[in-house]
Design a protein around this ligand. Structure first.
Ligand code: GAR
Length: 382
């Protein structure tokens, strides 16, 4: 397999679930992903030892030494980002994460909970406490659940669940052990594999045939249609919302056609199966730096994950280096837009710097990532 999804495992304790993931990696159950970092909220947690023994980077971001949740989470984000992890597994992680955090990694975080959700879950239900409550209630079966993590504690989509019998005379400890052995240690690696495989499949290698087409004034309606469909969540662009046909006409005549005529930019529509699906451009930088081009692009979500954008980026960069009298191309990406960062990385761009708190969206400041490509360094299409 070409590439594996990088995984960060968040822990707070003994780390038997982490061990199950490490073992699954070795036995070939977890093959679509690879654990690149273990991050503990508690200094000295035994899980850290397990990571070190397996040769995995172990990092501590101590919850109690952080002033607040924000500082704690930004420590975790730094550790995740510096390892390039895309999937986050909570394996006995005893802190509740904020909506900011879960939103940033939406559909990319899974958790194992030691009960059959929606029973014995939510705030306050963690570790042995869950089993104490189950025994108090007198349930005859309990079990474990692996679920996606969203802003509701233990409330995300259920990915896997397994029931385990409660025995007469069980203590919280004996019940915990049985649930771990029979359910958690099996379900968690299986679910991790499923999620990683799903992400790899989203990035299907075969790229459908597409063409790049110069924008004509008669395309204004189509262009306005594309901008209406793209995922604004990821747009740092300073483009009008809503985007009307008039806006599209202005873009085509004042930017695209003018740029082409004056040799200061290249602008294309991306056409897939005869349908306009996106927009891509490289323009000479408007500031005083000479020899730098700036890349921008968008694609409607139904065409995500199929390699179209990576190929289109390679093509336009090759053409821009040839025609625009530039030796570098830069792209600035909104930090949570991991898909877009991957596009540039696959096209041969290098991460050159992070603009801290550069972009304000949804009442929050986000970093922007600056990528650069030097003439001659691009992958293919030279
Ligand atoms: C596990 O039982 C896990 O399901 C639970 O904590 C234990 C950690 O064990 N998680 C929660 O309660 C999360 N709310 P481990 O450190 O040996 O994996």
């Amino acid at each position: 397999m070409a590439e594996k999804i990088k995984i960060a495992v968040l822990v707070s304790g003994g780390g038997t679930n982490l061990q199950a993931l490490i073992d699954a990696q070795e036995s070939g159950i977890l093959v679509s992903g690879r654990i690149v970092a273990v991050i503990s909220s508690k200094p000295g947690a035994y899980a850290l030892e397990r990571a070190k023994k397996a040769g995995i980077d172990a990092v501590t971001v101590s919850r109690k030494d952080c002033r607040d949740l924000k500082e704690f989470e930004s420590g975790i984000v730094n550790a995740i980002e510096s390892h390039g992890a895309e999937v986050i597994i909570l394996a006995g992680f005893m802190s509740i994460l904020s909506e900011d955090f879960t939103g940033r990694y939406s559909n990319r975080i899974i958790n194992v909970h030691p009960a059959l959700i929606p029973s014995f879950c939510g705030k306050g239900y963690y570790g042995l406490k869950v089993h104490e409550e189950a025994l108090k209630k007198g349930v005859k079966v309990s079990g474990a659940t692996v679920h996606l993590v969203n802003e509701i504690c233990d409330g995300g989509e259920i990915l896997a669940q397994r029931a385990v019998d409660v025995h007469d005379g069980d203590t919280p400890e004996t019940l915990q052990k049985r649930i771990m052995e029979q359910a958690e240690w099996k379900l968690l690696p299986e679910a991790a594999e499923k999620l990683c495989r799903r992400i790899l499949n989203e990035q299907k290698p075969e790229t459908p045939s597409f063409t790049l087409r110069k924008w004509e004034l008669s395309d204004a309606g189509e262009l306005a249609g594309i901008i209406g469909k793209i995922d604004r969540k990821y747009l740092t662009g300073r483009i009008p919302d809503p985007y009307t046909e008039k806006d599209a006409e202005r873009f085509i005549t004042e930017m695209a056609q003018k740029g082409e005529a004056e040799n200061t930019g290249i602008f294309y529509g991306i056409v897939v199966d005869g349908k306009a699906a996106g927009n891509i451009s490289v323009e000479k930088s408007g500031d005083l730096r000479s020899g730098v081009g700036v890349i921008g692009y968008c694609l409607i979500p139904e065409f995500y994950g199929r390699g179209i954008m990576t190929e289109a980026v390679k093509m336009i960069c090759a053409e821009a280096f040839e025609k625009l009298d530039i030796s570098r191309i830069e792209g600035t990406i909104f930090e949570p837009n991991i898909g877009s960062r991957r596009v540039l990385e696959k096209a041969g761009f290098e991460l050159e710097g992070v603009l801290k708190d550069a972009f304000y969206k949804y009442g929050k400041l986000y970093n922007e990532y600056v990528y650069g490509l030097t003439k001659g360094d691009q992958n293919g299409h030279l």
